[in-house]
Design a protein. Structure first.
Ligand code: DAH
Length: 354
């Protein structure tokens, strides 16, 4: 066996045998036949031994090429078969864990969804992210220092009376409590930024808060706030007012505006309460807004230098503003929910509306 056409014939035969194989078993068998020890290719190689050097060289080269081609064809076929078999196996072993019980709450047309408070939190985050803020979080269990002390509310300060606190007895030397507002997250962010040298700060901090309030139409003992903090060079009250107004129209709609009224908070100076146009009467005056056309949403102000001092920020170089307001209150206003307690009663007929 010497002719090139014979070798070409062997390759052609091998090619059609390989193409016809469609299982792992079949390709293994074909591989043995077309390239194994007893294959015509191997026999041809063995026959080289008895040839004269010239023809041996030429034929040897051709046989080597033929073998390479056959091995490549085999390998690509093996890959193809492996893929097909694996896909079939995966399709066959797929477990469908859904079960629809006719008449049950969780039918395909009644899937669960995020709670209104979570949806509101997401929407508020989106608005602030769009304005260049990032989103941060802090712990719900705090020490007295983070919740009060660092925020310029010393132990005997009458402002502590503004928050009815759930104190915890964790056997720690320090007083621990459930945070009464998200303002302590400001302290965590500022401490970290000082430590890591990452000032300025432009962050919002949403989260759960706790107060010993008896729940009523406008208050819950477990509720949600979103805090804002900007610390940078040259920040003014105008930046604060502009931020509040931009957020108000972006979240509640173009007809809703904001206004600031002087107020007192120990951690800001000057401080203000911010109000937004009553969404129910669009500012005309109604029962909900006590005929004023405005609804109070939260507090804000310029970060008090005493707060900067407690975290080691130089208030000659840096200024900042902060704000905080209720997420549940936003949901209540935007969707005109008469009684806030509906948010925690888990009545599926209420929740399904959002
Ligand atoms: N922490 C305040 C509260 O819960 C709200 C607040 C007021 C937050 C003024 C602020 C602020 O950041 O500057 O009543």
């Amino acid at each position: 066996m010497t002719a090139m056409s014979d070798i070409a014939g062997l390759v052609a035969d091998a090619r059609s045998a390989i193409e016809a194989a469609d299982t792992t078993e079949a390709i293994r068998h074909v591989a043995a036949t077309v390239s194994g020890k007893k294959s015509p290719l191997s026999e041809a190689s063995r026959a080289l031994g008895s040839m004269d050097p010239e023809s041996k060289k030429e034929l040897g080269r051709q046989l080597h090429e033929a073998r390479t081609t056959v091995e490549e064809l085999l390998e690509s076929k093996r890959t193809e078969i492996r893929f097909t078999e694996l896909s079939a196996e995966m399709a066959a072993s797929r477990l469908d864990l859904t079960e629809y019980v006719p008449g049950s709450v969780a039918g395909p047309d009644q899937r669960g969804h995020l709670h209104l408070v979570s949806q509101t939190r997401d929407a508020l985050e989106d608005v602030f992210i769009g304005m260049g803020f990032d989103v941060a979080e802090g712990p719900e269990i705090e020490t007295d220092w983070f919740n009060f002390g660092a925020l310029n509310i010393p132990p005997a300060h009458p402002a502590r009376g503004m928050w009815d606190t759930f104190y915890l007895d964790l056997g720690e030397p320090e007083t621990t409590l459930l945070r009464t507002h998200t303002s302590p997250v400001q302290i965590h962010l500022m401490e970290r930024a000082v430590l890591e040298g990452t000032l300025p700060i432009h962050s919002v901090m949403p989260g759960r808060c706790y107060r010993r309030d008896t729940p009523d139409a406008r208050h819950l003992a477990v509720f949600h706030q979103i805090e804002g903090l900007v610390v940078d060079r040259g920040i003014t009250f105008a930046d604060l007012a502009g931020t509040i107004e931009t957020f108000t129209s972006a979240y509640f709609g173009p007809d809703i505006h904001s206004r600031l009224r002087p107020a007192y908070f120990p951690f800001t100076e000057p401080s203000a309460e911010f109000e937004v146009t009553c969404a129910i009467c669009k500012g005309e005056g109604c029962r909900t807004c006590s005929q004023t056309g405005w609804i109070e949403l939260g507090g804000c102000g310029m970060v008090d230098p005493a707060v900067f001092a407690s975290v080691g920020i130089d208030s000659d170089e840096w200024t900042g503003f902060a704000f905080g307001f209720g997420i549940d209150r936003c949901a209540q206003m935007r969707h005109q929910i008469a009684d806030m307690r509906a948010l925690i009663e888990n009545d599926i007929r209420f929740l399904r509306q959002f």
